[in-house]
Design a binder for this molecule. Structure first.
Ligand code: MG
Length: 177
């Protein structure tokens, strides 16, 4: 139970953005799902633009260092990495800070492929990774009309966190006495 001297906010909002460029001959990973396409998103890791934006939204909500600071592209350890590793670390930090994910809303901007046929699978997988119900994950996809982004995928994500019992590492003065 939150103690009376628990100064943490009841809710926190986070926002994440990411973009990656399409290249031929690499798998297309979006939301931890591999889509059958002849070109994918390049990046130091698996280029999963959606998981990167979600990771940054979670980290931003608790004012933690961003994905680039925690998993620097200069570190060969992250070359080709499954981006769910980044997401899990962000979720762990959120929980350690004493928060849980209430819901998430994402917008993807890309010319192709059509996301609608894959949306349920993507939302289901993201929900599983985040350990929330699928209806807590919103996903919209837009084509980049007028943006001249035919070769790029972009993701915008907002998350809402709710305070849980207490921060894992928090020791209140009351419990110390
Ligand atoms: Mg990225």
């Amino acid at each position: 139970m939150p103690t009376t001297n628990d100064q943490r906010l009841m809710t926190r909002i986070g926002y994440g953005f990411d973009s990656h460029e399409f290249h031929s001959g690499i798998p297309l990973r979006i939301g931890g799902i591999t889509l059958a396409q002849d070109r994918g998103l390049s990046g130091h890791s698996d280029g999963d633009v959606l998981l990167h934006a979600i990771t940054d939204a979670l980290l931003g909500a608790i004012a933690a260092p961003d994905i680039g600071a925690l998993f620097p592209p200069s570190n060969p350890k992250w070359k080709g990495a499954d981006s769910s590793v980044f997401l899990r670390e962000a979720l762990k930090r959120v929980r350690d800070a004493g928060y849980g994910l209430a819901n998430l809303d994402a917008t993807l901007i890309l010319a192709a492929p059509k996301i609608l046929p894959h949306a349920a699978a993507i939302c289901g997988h993201v929900a599983e990774l985040l350990r929330v119900q699928p209806d807590c994950v919103g996903l919209k996809a837009k084509t980049p009309e007028g943006l001249n982004l035919e070769n790029t995928a972009v993701a915008h994500v907002v998350v809402l966190l709710e305070r849980t019992k207490r921060a894992r590492n928090a020791t209140s003065k009351r419990t110390r006495r």
